[in-house]
Ligand binder design. Structure first.
Ligand code: TYD
Ligand code: MG
Length: 455
C-alpha cells in the first residue's frame, strides 16, 4: 500500500507544521491549520528526477554572458511601465486584486490587443462563452488568441507545450489543481504546487506567464505570502469599486522598479489608460468655493495633483465630529491641533469633514499643506484662487517641512497651468530654474499661508 504524506498548513500565511497547532507561530493567527495531503507516493519519484535533470556548476559572475533579453512590448503603455518596460520572457507575474476590480478584464484586454502574438488564455472561472461575451465588449480578437477553460495544471501545460504560445494567462491561481497534490483547489499546498509547475514551465520554455490571484479580506493575495517569493513580479490591481479609477501597482519586480503605478479608468468597453491622472482628479469649475485646495502628491514615481476638500461648520451637538475620506483621520486631528495651537483657530467647537476627491487614498505627507490650506479656507469662508497649488509636510510646531522630488511636483503643476505653487522654504534653492513660468512661493510656517488665502 502506498503511503500518503500529509502535513498541516496555516491557511493564512502558508507556514507548515508536522502536527496541528492552535495558534500559528509565524503569523499569530488562531485556528488556521488544516491538514493537507502533500504528495502521492508515485509522484515523489518523478518530481525528484525533475530536479536532477539538469546538472549545473558554479561559474564566475564575470564569465556570465549577458544576453540581450527582448521584452514583449504590450499595447498598454501603463502595463509596460509597471512591468519596467514590457514583459520579460520566461517571467512569472502574479496579478492580485479584490473580486470584481477588473483583473480578468485587464488580462483579456491584454490578450486581445496583442494581436501579433500567440496567446493562451486559460480560465478556470469562466466558460469559453462567457469570455467571448466579455471579449466582444472590449476589442475584436486577433487571429492568434486561444481560450482554454481548464483547471488541471497537467492538462494546461500539455496543451501549452503543444501550442507554444508567446504568452500564457491563467485566471485564476485559486481555481487550479495539480494531480500531484490531493488537497482541494485553493489550499496552500495546491497553490504552491501549481505555481511551482508554472514557474518551471516558464523558465524552461522561456514563456512569460501571468497568474491572476484573488485577495483576502486583509489584503494579502489569498492563501499565501509564499506565492510572492516564487514569482518574479507581483502586481496589485486596486481601486474603490464605487469609482471608475483603478490603480495597478508594482509590489515586487525582479526586472524593474517596484514603485511604479499605472492608472486606468473602467469604461463600458474595457479599461482605458489614463495618461494624465491630474486632469481627471481635478474638477473644473466656473467659480471656486471656499474649502478647496489643490495639493501635489506622489504615487510611486509619478506626481499628480489632487483636490482636497474641507468643510468646517459649527458643532451643534456635543462632541464635534471629525471625519476624513482618503486621508488618515489621526493626521487630520494633528493638523487641527497645530492650527489651534499655533494660529489660534478654534476648531474645538467645529465639525470638520475632509475629503480627497476621486476616491483616492493618500499617504504622501506632502499633501498636508494642501489640507491645511483647505481647512483655513473653509474656516474663514474665503476661497483660494484656483491657480494655486500646495505641497509640503506640516510638523507639530507648525513648520512646513521639505518634501521629496520637488522638481517633479513643480513641473507637474506648471504643466497643468497653475500660476503659483506653495512649497517649503527648506526645499528652497533646489527648485530655482529660471525658465519656469510658475511662481514658487516659499513658506516656512503655516502662519505664512494665511495672507495668501483670498488673494
Ligand atoms: P472583472 O474583470 O470580472 O473583475 P475580476 O476578474 O477582478 O473579478 O471585472 C468585473 C467588473 O468590471 C464588473 O463589475 C463589470 C466591469 N466591466 C466594465 O465596467 N466594463 C467592461 O468592459 C467589462 C468587461 C467589465
Ligand atoms: Mg475574474
Amino acid at each position: 500500500m502506498s503511503k500518503i504524506k500529509s502535513a498541516y498548513f496555516c491557511q493564512s500565511c502558508g507556514a507548515q507544521s508536522a502536527k496541528w497547532v492552535g495558534k500559528c507561530p509565524v503569523c499569530n493567527e488562531w485556528n488556521t491549520y488544516v491538514e493537507e495531503v502533500i504528495e502521492k507516493e508515485e509522484t515523489k519519484i518523478s518530481s525528484k528526477s525533475f530536479s536532477t535533470k539538469r546538472e549545473s556548476k558554479p561559474i564566475l559572475l564575470k564569465q556570465v554572458e549577458r544576453q540581450n533579453i527582448e521584452r514583449i512590448i504590450t499595447e498598454d503603455s501603463e502595463l509596460n511601465r509597471v512591468l519596467g518596460g514590457g514583459i520579460v520572457p520566461g517571467s512569472l507575474i502574479l496579478i492580485g486584486g479584490e473580486p470584481g476590480i477588473g483583473k480578468s478584464t485587464l488580462m483579456l484586454q491584454l490578450a486581445l490587443k496583442l494581436s501579433a502574438r500567440k496567446i493562451l488564455y486559460v480560465s478556470g472561472e469562466e466558460s469559453e462563452m462567457q469570455i467571448k461575451m466579455r471579449a466582444e465588449r472590449i476589442a475584436p480578437p486577433g487571429d492568434k488568441c486561444f481560450i482554454y477553460a481548464e483547471t488541471n495544471t497537467q492538462n494546461i501545460l500539455k496543451q501549452a507545450d503543444a501550442l507554444q504560445p508567446d504568452l500564457i494567462i491563467v485566471d485564476s491561481v485559486q481555481t487550479l489543481h495539480s494531480s500531484h497534490v490531493e488537497s482541494p483547489p485553493g489550499s496552500v499546498s495546491q497553490i504552491r504546487e501549481c505555481t511551482g509547475e508554472f514557474q518551471r514551465f516558464a523558465k524552461e520554455t522561456n514563456t512569460p506567464i501571468f497568474l491572476i490571484g484573488h485577495i483576502t479580506k486583509d489584503g494579502s493575495i489569498a492563501g499565501p505570502k509564499l506565492l510572492e517569493h516564487i514569482v518574479d513580479t507581483v502586481l496589485q490591481f486596486e481601486g474603490d469599486r464605487n469609482y471608475s479609477y483603478r490603480i495597478l501597482r508594482t509590489l515586487k519586480n525582479r526586472f524593474g522598479s517596484a514603485s511604479e503605478i499605472g492608472i486606468y479608468e473602467m469604461l463600458g468597453d474595457g479599461l482605458r489608460e489614463v495618461l494624465n491622472p491630474s486632469e481627471i482628479l481635478l474638477t473644473t469649475r466656473e467659480e471656486q468655493p471656499s474649502g478647496i485646495a489643490i495639493a501635489s502628491m506622489m504615487e510611486g514615481m509619478r506626481p499628480f495633483l489632487i483636490e482636497t476638500q474641507a468643510l468646517v461648520s459649527p458643532a451643534f451637538y456635543g462632541t464635534p465630529q471629525r471625519s476624513a475620506t482618503g486621508f488618515d483621520v489621526r493626521r487630520l486631528n494633528m493638523l487641527l491641533a497645530v492650527l489651534e495651537k499655533r494660529i489660534g483657530f478654534r476648531f474645538g467647537v467645529k465639525d470638520v469633514f475632509l475629503n480627497i476627491a476621486g476616491g483616492i487614498r493618500v499617504d504622501d505627507p506632502a499633501i498636508d499643506l494642501g489640507v491645511v490650506a483647505a481647512l483655513i479656507s473653509s474656516y474663514e469662508d474665503i476661497a483660494i484662487s484656483p491657480n494655486y497649488c500646495f505641497t509640503g509636510e506640516v510638523g507639530l510646531s507648525g513648520e512646513v517641512r521639505a518634501v521629496s522630488r520637488i522638481e517633479q511636483r513643480i513641473a507637474e503643476a506648471e504643466k497643468l497651468g497653475f500660476k503659483k505653487i506653495f512649497i517649503s522654504g527648506y526645499n528652497g534653492k533646489a527648485s530655482g530654474s529660471s525658465k519656469q513660468k510658475i511662481e514658487i512661493v516659499a513658506v516656512n510656517k503655516v502662519q505664512d499661508l494665511i495672507r495668501w488665502i483670498g488673494k
